[in-house]
Design a protein around this ligand. Structure first.
Ligand code: SPV
Ligand code: MG
Length: 542
């Protein structure tokens, strides 16, 4: 059984309580949060400075707390690692703190850090000496109120001591830290604006270890982190580097585009649009669309409909076989409707004989002008400029139950052909394409991995085939390359113009290309005779 992941609050608690020195990095929106996670960090600092900066307002409670919480929701949704919110002063008194904690828990935020200043605060590095600190008792009440209102026992409240910033001295800082710990804080953040770590290290030295220590080395960043490790610090917050990095990058690129009136200088130096799609999880949406919108469709269908269908005599005197009327609708229209049902809307019909009668709306027509002297492969090659990395190639005279196309579209494989393994009990007309595979159809419920060996119009009783190819083939990107190569090779062969699709399949298997076989048992028909037209009614519901 896979072990369920720890809740985000448990993860944050583990970071605070771990005997190792741990690190979290600032993020200020969904995409920066995701990048922090992808970089390998185990947690995110939702910095008040960075969140206000990305709104381009001051870090003085100008953004409302609900605007902050709304952004946190995007950050939390985009990531699996815990977020510690820089909750300033808790946005008011104990009562605002209670509501904040409840709302943060509801949005999957793992913890909040509150600082012992007064609302509205301003950033600790602006006017630091003049900012009033909160009354100790009032701040302890705020911590208790927060702890009492949390539903999740692992939600963390970090109490931030600003006494050193405000110039109130070490004793005051230690006194406050002890009081906040006693009030229930899960960790103490001791802040300093000095460019050396001396006062932080002095604090750590004097600290009794009643709860873990958190630091923000924005100003004393040159101190090697081993120093903090040795001093017994639990968590380092890199508090604003993501917003600063992005501001510099955006400033440069915007100036460059403005000055050059061109993208050529920047295009290769900025993130590719595809990478943005990836960060947004576009792939997941595509997969979900396949599941929920029934959009497993190949992007394109190529329908071979150039031949007359000589066995149908006068029925095809004025139209190709694909335009035969089956219960009031042309055969080809029925085929096109099946594709559209599966969201395959890009359909090319390769026409030849009586092509002017092909009046099917919304399909592209590609002409094989030499249809009367050439074979199927030549017709297919006429549509080479319509090949795509995701296509179905199909004979235009087929009728089949809907599920067959759906299953083909969902089937993995670079080249997949549909093979009917039902050989008894059916009347076989025309010239069937018998196929031999590496495994016969065992009719298991699960899709079998079966490979094509060869195709032939003939077979002997002592070498029974595994089934008949229906004339449906699915091609993906690698398969398309194999197909292109095979067409190039076959086009130099004598008799190329008369070659068939089975010749192509045999060439592909001869080249060692894996052609996956998707077995079915009946439920399709290729219309070759007047008799077949009578049977076609079985495949029509309208
Ligand atoms: C923040 O990131 O908003 C902080 C840390 O509060 S600092 O800016 O260093 O005060
Ligand atoms: Mg802040």
């Amino acid at each position: 059984m896979p072990v369920p992941p720890l809740s985000k609050s448990k993860q944050l608690r583990a970071l605070l309580e771990s005997p190792e020195l741990e690190f979290i990095l600032e993020a200020h929106n969904g995409i920066s949060a995701k990048l922090v996670q992808q970089a390998g960090f185990k947690g995110i600092w939702a910095s008040g400075l960075a969140l206000s900066a990305q709104f381009c307002v001051r870090d003085s409670n100008e953004a409302s707390w609900t605007q902050v919480v709304d952004m946190l929701e995007f950050m939390s949704d985009a990531t699996d690692i815990p977020i510690l919110l820089d909750g300033d002063t808790g946005y008011g008194n104990f009562n605002n703190m209670r509501r904040l904690v409840r709302k943060l828990e509801q949005r999957g935020i793992a913890g909040v850090c509150i600082e012992d200043k007064q609302f509205p605060k301003t950033n600790s590095f602006i006017d630091s000496g003049k900012q009033a600190l909160a009354d100790i008792d009032e701040f302890c009440g705020k911590i208790r109120a927060g702890k009492d209102s949390q539903q999740d026992p692992d939600f963390c409240i970090v109490a931030r001591v600003e006494a050193l910033i405000a110039g109130w001295g070490m004793d005051e800082a230690l006194k406050r830290a002890s009081a906040y710990c006693a009030a229930g804080a899960d960790a103490i953040l001791i802040h300093s604006r000095q460019s050396r770590a001396d006062e932080i290290l002095a604090f750590a030295e004097a600290w009794d270890g009643a709860c873990p220590l958190v630091i923000v080395p924005t100003k004393y960043y040159s101190t090697p982190v081993d120093v903090f490790r040795k001093a017994g610090v639990s968590l380092v917050i890199w508090a604003n580097q993501m917003i600063r990095a992005s501001v510099r990058a955006m400033a440069h690129v915007s100036r460059e585009i403005f000055c050059q009136e061109s993208l050529t200088g920047v295009e290769d130096r900025i993130t590719a649009v595809d990478s943005i799609f990836q960060l947004q999880g576009a792939d997941e949406l595509l997969r979900a669309q396949e599941r929920y919108l029934n959009r497993a469709g190949a992007s394109r269908a190529l329908v071979l409909a150039a031949s007359r269908g000589n066995n149908l005599y006068e029925l095809t005197a004025d139209r190709p076989k694909a335009m035969l009327n089956i219960r009031g609708k042309p055969l080809l229209q029925r085929l096109v409707d099946e594709f559209r049902k599966r969201a395959v809307n890009d359909i090319t019909v390769i026409a030849g004989y009586k092509s002017d009668t092909l009046d099917i709306g919304g399909v592209d027509i590609c002409l094989n002008t030499r249809f009367d002297t050439t074979g199927e492969l030549y017709s297919l090659a006429c549509a080479r400029d319509r090949f795509s990395d995701d296509m179905v190639i199909i004979y235009g005279d087929l009728l089949f139950r809907s599920y067959i196309l759906q299953d083909l579209l969902e089937r993995d494989g670079e080249l997949v052909i549909v093979v009917d393994s039902l050989m008894e009990e059916v009347e076989i007309t025309g010239t069937p394409d018998y196929v031999w595979c590496d495994r016969a159809d065992d009719r298991s419920l699960f899709m079998q991995e079966v490979r094509l060996q060869r195709v032939s119009e003939e077979h002997t009783p002592d070498d029974p085939p595994c089934g008949r190819w229906t004339g449906m083939m699915r091609v993906r990107s690698q398969g398309r390359r194999w197909l292109d190569q095979a067409l190039d090779e076959l086009s130099t062969r004598p008799g190329y113009e008369q070659l068939t699709l089975p010749d192509l399949l045999n060439h592909l298997t001869g080249n060692g290309r894996p052609v996956t076989v998707h077995y079915i048992n009946g439920h399709w028909l290729d219309v070759n005779s007047v008799n077949d037209i009578d049977r076609a009614g079985d495949f029509t519901s309208d």
